[in-house]
Write a protein that binds this ligand. Structure first.
Ligand SMILES: *Cc1c(COP(=O)(O)O)cnc(C)c1O
Length: 400
């Protein structure tokens, strides 16, 4: 949660710019806003940082996923392959557009595996929504090859991986669109917020239009704008954008600190032969926001988790987590929606949909042995030294 660790004077200054004018809306009012266009500046900063031709901000990472789906033309009845280890927003984004989320297996990258994607393909598969979990990337070359071979759209939910690169290129730029989140727990925060990035000018136009009731945003008179498409309201407000802008400028520092601190944690954990690490296809591109590691089996993993908890060392055992793993998404597995969604009404859904796509033995096998720790940005050298000493002592005892 590096962004929220670094909230300070820079964020307050940007917010005050907006408070002084009272123009909280991202469009128009040119004469009243003292030259402040925080959403636009935030977008420019995101485009610069990621190397994307275009970035468009929106209300959340969840709506970023929904926007990407809509802009890419994924809708009613289309099957989209999603991972069972993500934040549930990825799946909700598919459902919102009327698509049918089909779960596929992950591997030790903690992301969808090429084998898992292949096994989940049907003639109705339209897209893969790849999630780069916990700061690092999926096996992108192989996954892009599958998408090409089967004519599938690739959308990257990069909400947890802002700053991660694969072979020098930022995640979010490998598919049609990349999605980011700036909620309070992400690499940078805007309080709430999200963004899509793309290199495709047509998709970019769809993105800003769709997020603002279909307005074409040509000219400076919103009342006179045309509506090329039907959209909705997913607009980012200037106050959130102001925070996001200040945070985005801190990204190079955040990533650098995370990498430095993660290396120290890695070296500490690597002393223990029982510990192995999450597979990272391009280690140099790791955003390093988490350190993810495996123990040999579930019993040992639980033992270590309990030892960490007892010592007040923050650790995530995602296998039991309510928000991130399908095992605890009973509401989703049972499709407990208020109104009907397309996924329920599709009688042509494969008979074995539930048994094949909700039974994910490989994923379970990975998740049972996985622990993650947040890499703090603000650790001092002394704090980190004390922390690794404590880690070593706790692990020596737990793994004895
Ligand atoms: C956080 C997150 C989202 C949703 O972002 P919000 O801004 O909280 O709506 C989507 N996908 C993933 C992988 C996330 O981690």
């Amino acid at each position: 949660m590096p962004g929220s660790e670094l909230f300070g004077a820079e964020e307050r200054k940007e917010v005050n710019d907006v408070l002084e004018t009272g123009i909280l809306f991202r469009y128009n009012h040119d004469n009243l806003r003292n030259g402040h266009w925080k959403a636009k500046e935030f977008e420019a900063e995101l485009a610069k940082f990621t190397g994307a031709k275009y970035a468009h901000t929106c209300t959340s990472g969840s709506t970023a996923v929904a926007i990407a789906m809509a802009c890419c033309g994924i809708g009613a009845g289309d099957e989209v392959i999603v991972p069972p280890f993500t934040y549930i927003a990825t799946v909700e984004g598919a459902l919102l557009g009327g698509a049918v989320p089909v779960f596929a297996e992950i591997d030790e990258t903690l992301c969808l595996s090429p084998e898992g994607i292949r096994a989940a393909l049907t003639p109705r598969t339209k897209a893969v929504v790849l999630v780069h979990m916990c700061g690092s990337m999926a096996r992108l070359d192989e996954i892009m090859a599958i998408c090409e071979e089967h004519n599938l759209l690739l959308i990257e939910d990069s909400a947890q991986a802002l700053g991660a690169t694969y072979k020098g290129k930022h995640v979010g730029l490998f598919g049609k669109m990349g999605c980011f989140s700036f909620d309070f727990f992400k690499i940078i925060t805007a309080g709430e917020g999200g963004a899509v990035i793309t290199n495709d000018p047509v998709l970019y136009d769809y993105a800003h239009q769709y997020s603002d009731h279909g307005h074409d945003h040509i000219g400076d008179n919103r009342g006179a704008e045309q509506h090329p498409i039907v959209g909705f309201n997913y607009r980012m407000g200037e106050l959130n954008a102001a925070v996001g802008l200040a945070q985005a400028r801190k990204l190079p520092y955040i990533i650098e600190q995370q990498r430095k601190h993660k290396k120290i944690l890695h070296d500490c954990l690597a002393q223990f032969p029982q510990i192995s690490f999450r597979h990272i296809p391009d280690p140099a591109g790791d955003a390093a926001t988490f350190i993810d590691f495996f123990l040999p089996d579930e019993a040992t993993t639980r033992k270590v988790q309990q030892a960490f908890q007892k010592a007040s060392i923050g650790v995530q055992y995602w296998y039991d987590n309510n928000f991130h793993y399908i095992k605890n998404w009973e509401h989703l597995r049972e499709m407990k929606t208020i109104a009907k969604v397309h996924a329920q009404t599709l009688d042509e859904l494969p008979q074995d949909y539930r048994t094949i796509h909700l039974n994910l033995p490989k994923t379970d096998e990975v998740m049972r042995r996985l622990l993650s720790m947040v890499v703090r940005v603000t650790w001092t050298e002394d704090e980190l030294k004390a922390f690794t000493q404590q880690l070593t002592a706790v692990l020596r005892e737990a793994l004895a």
